[in-house]
Design a binder for this molecule. Structure first.
Ligand code: PLP
Ligand code: COI
Length: 357
């Protein structure tokens, strides 16, 4: 499918943030966006790259009422030789379509997803920040825009992609975050939508996140919804625990997101001399193992969060400090290796990088 490119009028061109250390996460957006529509009977149509601007949507649009919505998150990096690299974007395309199937939405052809992103990023390459720990965050989104109040799958969708130059997701940068194990609210249950990257999962987690923030925590760690016992994931990252040189993470049981960074850690770690294990992690055992000094490090993984070290982990009345509140050696090693591959400083033996023309 051809993508029509519309010019951006000069008065709509934005000024770029000159101090890249002030970018924060997801606060600024580039000049252009990709928009493709899907209409019942017509399938995918009207692909265009156009000026970034608000939508004019009917207040009855299904997305506003019943949250038929999915999204993705990936990043583009500008290498020192000027090339622009995407990290495993095919994985995002596949996961986007898994989410689409779960939410009864049309799948976006992988080629359209990848070519659309590449063409948009190529046009916006001057927006890619180059300071350490910055990148261009890419947010593909699919929303239901049919204006009707009946609960049903939409007959009209917008697939769009917006771009945001970003720094670290957590304000503290690459520093340990404090995490509260959530024992009251649940994020997902077997058979629910936990595995899909859909807005409702995030909306329903806001209350727990807010209450944790009021108690001084950065994030909550979710337990499984059935037993309230097994470690699932954090709001925007999968979790890993280092038992010496063995790194353990929760299995993909259907209620957590199948993280692309998680998968990358599981593949990279053995090449760095660590063993990996996917297994159910009972929170009570975990707390005892931390107390006994068996768990030496904990970290989260995610596109926005990259590799984020955990400082304090609290569950009920028990608060434990990991790695003396510092960044652990394994965490640092995985961070350096992953970001090294993403930014072209290290060899990409897995073939994970895809260049934008
Ligand atoms: N879990 C949740 C709920 C997330 O929102 C994210 C972020 O995308 C992740 C895990 C990490 O996934 P990925 O590494 O693919 O970004
Ligand atoms: C990402 O890491 O890409 C995410 O989607 C996390 C987001 C909720 C900020």
């Amino acid at each position: 499918m051809d993508i029509k490119v519309f010019p951006v009028p000069s008065e709509k061109m934005k000024t770029k943030i000159s101090d890249e250390t002030k970018l924060g996460f997801g606060k600024y957006f580039t000049d252009r966006m990709l928009l493709v529509e899907w209409k019942s009977g017509q399938e995918w149509c009207d692909a265009r790259i156009k000026p970034y601007e608000p939508f004019n949507l009917d207040p009855a649009s299904l997305v506003f009422h019943y949250a038929q919505e999915i999204f993705e998150g990936l990043k583009a990096y500008k290498w020192t030789d000027g090339r622009v690299a995407l990290f495993r974007p095919e994985m995002n395309a596949r996961r986007f379509n898994q989410s689409a199937i779960r939410m009864c939405m049309p799948e976006v052809p992988e080629e359209l997803f990848l070519k659309g992103i590449e063409q948009l990023v190529s046009l916006e390459r001057d927006w890619i920040p180059t300071t350490e720990s910055t990148s261009l965050y890419i947010r593909p989104t699919l929303i239901a825009v049919e204006p009707v109040l009946g609960v049903k799958p939409s007959d009209h969708y917008y697939f769009y992609v917006i771009l945001s130059p970003v720094g670290a997701y957590y304000a503290a940068g690459f520093n340990p975050v404090n995490i509260l194990v959530e024992d009251q609210y649940v994020r997902a249950v077997p058979g629910g939508t936990g595995e899909a990257k859909t807005g409702g999962n995030y909306a329903s987690s806001l209350k727990a996140g807010l209450e944790a923030k009021q108690k001084g925590f950065d994030q909550v760690l979710w337990l499984d919804g059935t037993h309230r016992r097994y470690i699932e994931e954090v709001g925007a990252m999968n979790m890993f625990f280092a038992y010496g040189k063995r790194i353990v993470t929760a299995p993909l049981t259907g209620s957590i997101l199948s993280g692309i960074t998680r998968d990358s850690v599981l593949k990279l770690a053995p090449t760095l001399g660590y063993e990996v294990e996917e297994r159910l992690i009972d929170v009570n055992d975990l707390m005892s193992d931390i107390k006994a000094g068996k768990v030496t490090e904990a970290f989260g993984s995610g596109t926005a969060a990259v590799i984020t070290p955990v400082g304090k982990l609290c569950y009920k009345n028990d608060c434990l400090q990991l790695t003396g509140g510092k960044v652990g050696e394994i965490t640092q090693n995985l961070y350096d290796t992953l970001t090294g591959i993403q930014t072209g400083k290290l060899k990409d033996d897995f073939g994970w990088v895809r260049f934008v023309e």
